[in-house]
Design a protein around this ligand. Structure first.
Ligand SMILES: [Zn+2]
Length: 409
């Protein structure tokens, strides 16, 4: 994006920008103050301008010698000479932050906040900038505290609330993440139901892993009230297994697969996750086994058109050491559909396993000629983020439920 490019450019030319900005500010004030000649005596004005010019020359000299720190110090001195040059402070602070010099950005914004002469709106802006410094610098607690300070002054700051949402989701504090999403939904125009549902599912998941199934179910009901997200349905399915509601489990699995066949592989990976320390672990495993049997028995034409559904079946059959069945299923697929690289690779593996080496070799050749897959198992459809892990919230662009799967070669 253009913005990123600008930031990059800014980083590389920080001092040039500072020099130009400072010069412009000096010139501006020189011109302004010349117009207000009544206020200041000519002698005084000239002495200020001389001092500023001298500092500017010194700084340029340091720049030429490559002494960045001293140059910056000189520029800051120059800024200090004018009490009204607040915009320059903000520009400098922002530049330091984007250049990764967080400490300097923090001290600039703190010194602004400490000034008595500034207006409330300037103080608010400086506080916001300070929060951004802490945020960018990874000082999470201080960032949270400062963002909250901003909201104490003015609750209508959508970007600030959004930043708090992002931080709380990052550190998986789902209670707070929920609170601020609700706040965001009141302040902003965008509908937050989907995201709130996901957050509640995360809360419910944490309870599930601790074996607190009743509390988990309650939290999950709340999630459904906001939106029936895929992750909510998968968790409900896991709850059905815990409670032994096998009819409901079968029905929900079929519903999920029909709605989102491409999520089939994730569904089974998610179902496999159960805290082995819980007393229900054995029972859960047994019931999951029954559910998988039910799934293997489904012969729905629409479902069997989905590569993800077929792949899930193949994996389950291989887990059960039913290599022959897996081969027949894949052989059918290759004859009728055959456009999925994922399944072609699986097919070749099985051919090798059952000793059909020559067929495997010829399929490998055609596959390699047309292979487009890459190195990770999952990626984000929104921003292209790659990962082997399952993510319901993309760690890079923070979108929910944008995960897609491909094969790891
Ligand atoms: Zn993403």
């Amino acid at each position: 994006m253009d913005y990123a490019f600008l930031l990059d450019w800014g980083k590389n030319h920080l001092l040039t920008i500072v020099a130009v900005v400072t010069t412009l500010v000096l010139l501006y004030h020189y011109v302004i103050e010349r117009d207000k000649a009544v206020k200041l005596s000519k002698k005084y004005r000239n002495s200020i301008f001389e001092a500023q010019s001298r500092i500017f020359l010194n700084a340029t000299q340091y720049l030429i010698e490559g002494n960045k720190d001293l140059a910056i110090k000189e520029f800051l001195n120059a800024v200090d000479l004018n009490r009204e040059t607040i915009d320059t402070y903000f520009a400098l602070g922002g530049l330091f932050r984007s250049n990764g010099e967080i400490e300097k950005a923090i001290s600039i914004h703190r010194s602004l906040i400490a000034r008595e002469s500034i207006s409330e709106s300037t103080r608010l802006l400086a506080l916001k900038e300070l929060a951004l410094d802490f945020d960018k610098g990874g000082f999470i607690d201080k960032a949270i505290e400062t963002y909250k300070d901003v909201l104490k002054i003015n609750r209508d700051q959508q970007d600030v609330i959004h930043s708090l949402c992002r931080i709380y989701e990052d550190i998986e504090d789902w209670d707070q993440a929920y609170n601020y999403r609700i706040m965001l939904s009141k302040v902003g125009q965008e509908n937050q139901s989907e995201t709130i549902s996901h957050i509640l599912v995360q809360k419910a998941k944490a309870l599930f892993d601790k074996g607190q199934f009743k509390a988990c179910a309650e939290e999950l009901e709340d999630a459904f009230r906001f939106a029936p997200s895929v992750s909510a349905k998968i968790l409900r399915l896991r709850l059905f297994l815990v409670l032994g509601k096998m009819e409901d489990a079968n029905g929900l699995l079929l519903e999920l697969l029909k709605e989102h066949p491409m999520y089939a592989t994730f569904i089974f990976v998610s179902l496999d996750q159960f805290n082995p320390k819980l007393q229900q672990a054995e029972q859960y495993k047994e019931r999951l086994h029954q559910l998988k049997d039910y799934f293997l028995g489904i012969n729905d034409v629409d479902l069997m058109n989905s590569p993800s559904v077929v792949l899930s079946k193949i994996r389950l059959l291989k887990d059960l050491k039913k290599t022959g069945d897996a081969f027949h299923l894949l052989d059918d697929w290759m004859k009728n559909q055959g456009q999925s690289d994922v399944l072609k690779i699986e097919y070749i593996k099985i051919l090798i396993e059952i000793g059909k080496s020559e067929e495997a070799l010829s399929h490998t050749k055609t596959l390699l000629n047309n292979l487009h897959s890459s190195l990770t198992r999952h990626y984000c459809s929104q921003c292209g983020y790659n990962s082997d892990e399952i993510f319901w919230r993309c760690p890079q662009c923070h979108s929910w439920e944008t995960i897609q799967f491909r094969w790891k070669v």
